[in-house]
Design a protein around this ligand. Structure first.
Ligand code: TK8
Length: 338
């Protein structure tokens, strides 16, 4: 009897190996794990957006997909995680647009100083044909650009001086993202910019190897920069979009239905993330003020001085970005602002 069972078992495994028999009863597809990494922490609206994405995908796929989240740059900083997507060793990440310029210089257009007047105009341009054209250019770099999320308007923090005018920035060592437009902007403003991965900012500030940095207020608060910074100026000098992206190598292994399911969840989670991101900015500023930071709210004239001081930056990078791309986004912004 025992031998018969053994023979049957062997025969079955030969049939399965020859693909003549399903290895498991139909419908018992194994769960596929999607890994998503970000640089911000678990309190960030970006992470809450990922939790929403996870909830949508796991529910919609009835458990066929499981989404594992990795915050705090556990899987590396933005540039490193994008490299992992391109290599097919990580499914998803959500960097700012700034490091994408390292793949394709036309992305620098989103990092121009004082480009978008407000979030509403930013949403219209990013979610319109201009933004879609940029997302559609990513597969050539091994990335599927699914949707724009929001990092937000960037504010300056520093440990040395209250900054009310460009002159106050003179000689300040400011960490910037690794992007030529950001570097040129802070050089033009008289500062001494230092590009650095996001995860190294806090230790550089506490060791005083840099005097300041710039990020949206929610990030500045949640990263506890108030412990090592005395001043913040609400300058809104850049608007940073996030791009929620998928590895093309791994995307191409998915069925069309599953690609549609993931894309739909990415868009829905993005709308949710933008909403909660905006809701947290006010409380973040209040939290930094309560923690003892001096919060400088620029007057229109003071703000104008920063805009005027950086008005030539676009021209300096027109060739790199593509004059047509620069012209197109300025036209889109003018239309959206009407
Ligand atoms: C986090 C970064 C961060 C960005 C920066 O991964 O690098 O300063 O603003 O949000 O994407």
């Amino acid at each position: 009897m025992k031998n018969t069972l053994k023979m049957t078992g062997m025969a079955l495994s030969l049939l399965v190996a020859a693909g003549l028999m399903a290895a498991a009863p139909a419908g018992a597809a194994e769960t596929k794990t999607i890994k998503a990494g970000i640089g911000l922490n678990e309190q960030s609206p970006q992470y809450k957006g990922l939790l929403k994405f996870k909830e949508l995908v796991e529910a919609e796929s009835k458990g066929r997909f499981k989404v594992d989240l990795f915050a705090n740059a556990q899987l590396g900083d933005d540039a490193k995680m994008m490299t992992s997507l391109r290599a097919g060793t990580l499914e998803m990440t959500c960097p700012s647009t700034a490091p994408i310029a390292g793949l394709d210089r036309k992305w620098m257009v989103f990092d121009l100083p004082f480009l978008f007047p407000n979030e509403e105009v930013a949403d219209k341009v990013l979610d319109g044909p201009f933004g879609q054209k940029y997302l559609d250019s990513l597969p050539a770099h091994g990335i599927i650009g699914m949707s724009f999320w929001e990092n937000g308007f960037r504010q300056l923090t520093n440990s040395k001086v209250e900054v009310k005018s460009p002159a106050d920035l003179k000689g300040l060592k400011i960490r910037t993202m690794e992007n030529p437009v950001h570097l040129a902007t802070f050089k033009t403003l008289g500062a001494n910019p230092t590009p650095m991965p996001f995860s190294e900012i806090f230790s550089a500030l506490s060791e005083k190897t840099i005097d300041g940095q710039e990020n949206p207020s929610t990030t500045n608060f949640l990263q506890k920069y108030y412990e090592v910074q005395k001043f913040t100026t609400l300058s809104n000098h850049f608007y940073s979009p996030f791009v929620f992206m998928y590895s093309k190598k791994l995307w191409d292994t998915l069925s069309k239905e599953d690609q549609a399911l993931i894309l739909k969840a990415a868009k829905e989670a993005g709308a949710y993330q933008r909403k909660i991101n905006r809701e947290t900015m006010g409380e973040a500023v209040a939290g930094m003020e309560k923690a003892g930071m001096t919060v400088t709210r620029l007057t229109p004239e003071q703000h104008r001085a920063f805009v005027d001081a950086t008005k030539d930056i676009a021209g300096q990078f027109e060739k790199d970005m593509g004059a047509d791309n620069l012209k197109a986004i300025l036209e889109e912004i003018a239309k959206a602002a009407k």
